[in-house]
Design a protein around this ligand. Sequence first.
Ligand code: AOF
Ligand code: ZN
Length: 384
Amino acid sequence: KMSTETNGPGRNSDEAFMRRALDLATATYAMASPNPQVGCVLVRDGVIVSEGAHIYDAKDHAEIVALKQARARGVDPAGTTAYVTLEPCSHHGRTGPCADALVAAGIARCVVATGDPNPLVHGGGIEKLRAAGIPVAVGVLQAEARQLNDAFAHTIQTGRPFVTLKAALSVDGRLAPPLEEREPGRPFWLTGPAAREEVQRIRHASDAILSGIGTVLADDPAMTDRTGLPRRRPLLRVVLDTHLRIPLDSKLVRSAEKDLLVLCADNAPSKKAAQLEAYGVEVVRIPREAGRHSLPAVLDLLAGRKLLSVLLEAGSILNGAFLTQHLVDKAVLMYAETELGPNALPFAAGIPSPFHLQQMLQRVETRQFGPDVCVSGYLHDPWS
Ligand code: AOF
Ligand code: ZN
């Protein structure tokens, strides 16, 4: 396709370089949180001279990584165009402002995919660049850049983690056969390997995974990130278990390595709590509302640990509680061809069917994973 712009670098080449910056940012899943995922490339005469991405533990922001790489290669960044997936920052955090560093380096032009929702920045970086006489284009591949940082945008504005509800469903919208028709301690598989791989990718992109004791007793799930990709902190596995019924010989407890958090009620048995703690499980008592865990309190506790994203992989009761309390931000529904019938476990208590949830979703996407169909969408847009 030909560029329709007549002067300056064409739109298509801007997109191509931003695509590369986005790829760099995408590669940092589980390495940037609690900061956003950001990538940057510096370009001169249509050629990339250096690249960078932000890794939380390395502190340097993506722009600084790219500037340092250019200099290490003997290239002066002056006169290059900087492509950044998130507005360069204007504040002093763990590092100095990237906007100042780009100005000092003599960048000729800056292309930004999306603004930074952080109230400390929020347009300030773009203003600084423009005030220094650097032309700034905003909005190239904006949708992709935003999606990558949904959880960051949500958390920085609401103070709570971004909640994604994931469910594997039968074609008639059920979670699993009735318990009495199942072998306990064995997960019931509806979807195929391609859909399950996608779930692993979602887990890898999450800071925490949450389920209820009912699911633990029925399935004995591991709730792990098995992508084999690096993470700067383990996927925190969280179980809501009012009375501490979680078996000591469950997969979760046996594999606990400071990455298993069991939330229970004030009056849960102390002896069981001590036993769990001896296995390396963290037990925390949290407030209840009408005999059930207060879900806002659960999310606040996770936010207090600087976790941006929570993946809810639970049964009917928790799915229903999160949905009816409007605490779900995004839903990912994986449908398999199998029919389970009206006696099977409903998708979510208090919601007639997953169809009713789908009707409420915005920006719905339908994808196929082998024989399975994945419908996903937002209940709250973290960028609106
Ligand atoms: C950028 N480039 O690569 C990133 C940015 O205190 P810090 O240093 O950890 O700063 C974190 C904030 O900086 C974060 O909340 C977000 O607003 C911005 N992230 N900005 O210019 C980057 N990761
Ligand atoms: Zn910065």
